[in-house]
Design a binder for this molecule. Structure first.
Ligand SMILES: *Cc1c(COP(=O)(O)O)cnc(C)c1O
Length: 428
């Protein structure tokens, strides 16, 4: 299709995510992608410095994953997963149990990050119900983001994202954002355990990096302290590794950096290498066992039409194989080093503050008259970078770089250079 026709039909019929259609920039018409690059229908090449919303792991159109998808599609494309099983799902669940923090042996598959979180929250609530001591209170962090469905929104921070729905969301106990100092988070958790500990059904965190809430980074010791409190009180800890999973923070999972095994762990985004939607909620045997009963009401009544889609499972298996190769570990370390150099150069700029890094995720704030997600400086930087062939999508005044693992040092240096040139522009 010609670019003009494509964009005209898009403008007429398509409703894009997180997009104010009035005044929105024309969407980038992408024809194909390879490695770290997007190629547009009008002949431009764009560096994908945000891994297409944090999903593209190794690179775009990785041949090993594409081949696995093609082969699986011709063998078994889909089958009901209640009452049936198949090798791609069984192998994937076995592999996830093998690579996950020790003790997470049971895997429930769903469609995306939000559903992986919904499932974890429902499992935690029903766990208490099944034990005959119902509990309803979930504790979650300030500035958290756990997805866009109602349960996931409820445990997420109340923000511009949720404002229209706030009255419909269930209440949670809020713990201070640990990126602003872990001691306050732990004190608040201790106080909560003291006053409402017997109501508390679960604690949910994004381990080490609060993603959509502003790439706020926090420390392993605080994560360990939260996990210890949960363990001591036998309250399930839910680790939402939807963004941090599959090597983003260095090791396969952020929990590994702290030596923590949560009771429930949510993964999605990078799980298929960024090819297909798939979510997974991992649980301990102890939690799973409370669902075993002769009373059928203790069943987890949850499932999606496409649960354990064989093609998505095959993509995930192919991606995991690549992820475990020594070359991928080396690539992640190389990107971390390149980030460190790029951030060090930017940190000296008077308009830059809060430079920070966890594994392959780098972030910083840009001084601007407005703060937060609606700050215009982010959109201005996005437009500036695009004109120079780099895809960035800052969270308001927070800019981050989160590239696919194949991104070269030169390409990443170019992305940092584009940011530096934006900052040096005369301000309007
Ligand atoms: C993106 C994200 C989600 C939601 O995942 P979707 O696939 O967009 O539904 C949940 N939790 C975290 C930490 C995320 O970054």
């Amino acid at each position: 299709m010609e670019t003009d026709a494509l964009l005209a039909l898009d403008a007429r019929h398509v409703w894009h995510p997180y997009t104010q259609h009035r005044g929105a920039p024309t969407p980038i018409p992408v024809a194909r992608a390879e490695g770290a690059y997007l190629y547009t229908t009008d002949g431009r090449r764009i560096l994908d410095a945000i891994s297409s919303w944090w999903v593209t792991l190794h690179g775009h159109a990785t041949p090993e994953i594409a081949d696995a998808i093609g082969q699986q599609a011709r063998t078994l494309e889909q089958v009901i997963f209640a009452g049936c099983t198949h090798e791609p799902a069984v192998r994937l669940c076995t592999e996830l149990a093998r690579v996950a923090p020790a003790g997470l042996r049971r895997v429930f598959l769903s469609d995306d990050g939000s559903t992986a979180v919904e499932v974890a929250v429902k499992m935690a609530l029903q766990y208490w119900e099944n034990r005959g001591e119902p509990r309803r209170l979930v504790a979650a962090l300030e500035n958290a983001y756990h997805g866009d469905t109602f349960g996931a929104m409820s445990v997420s921070a109340r923000s511009v994202y949720t404002a229209s729905f706030d009255p419909m969301l269930f209440d949670v106990a809020r713990l201070p954002d640990p990126s602003e100092g872990g001691a306050a988070t732990i004190d608040a958790l201790d106080a909560l355990l003291g006053t409402r500990g017997r109501e508390l059904a679960a604690v949910i965190v994004e381990p080490l990096v609060l993603g959509a809430g502003g790439m706020r980074m926090w420390d392993e010791a605080t994560l360990r302290a939260i996990a210890e409190r949960c363990r001591a009180s036998a309250i399930p800890l839910i680790a939402d590794e939807v963004m941090t999973g599959f090597g983003r923070t260095g090791p396969l999972f952020a929990c590994e950096r702290a030596g923590v095994t949560p009771d429930l762990m949510c993964v999605s985004k990078g799980i298929t290498g960024g090819f297909l939607p798939l979510g997974a909620t991992l649980a301990t045997d102890a939690l799973f066992d409370t669902f075993l009963s002769d009373d059928r009401r203790r069943t987890l009544f949850h499932g999606h039409s496409y649960t354990a889609n064989p093609i998505a499972c095959a993509a995930a298996l192919a991606s995991l194989a690549l992820l475990e190769a020594p070359a991928c570990t080396a690539a992640r370390a190389r990107i971390e080093a390149a980030h460190r150099r790029g951030l060090a150069a930017l940190a000296a700029h008077p308009r830059v503050s809060g430079t920070r890094l966890t594994g392959t995720i780098a972030a910083f704030e840009i001084a601007s008259p407005e703060r937060g997600y609606l700050a215009g400086v982010g959109r201005a930087l996005g437009a500036f970078a695009l004109a120079d062939g780099v895809l960035l999508r800052p969270l308001g005044d927070t800019c981050y770089l989160l590239p696919p693992y194949c991104t070269s040092d030169d390409d990443l240096a170019h992305a940092y250079d584009v940011v530096a040139r934006f900052l040096d522009q005369p301000r309007p």
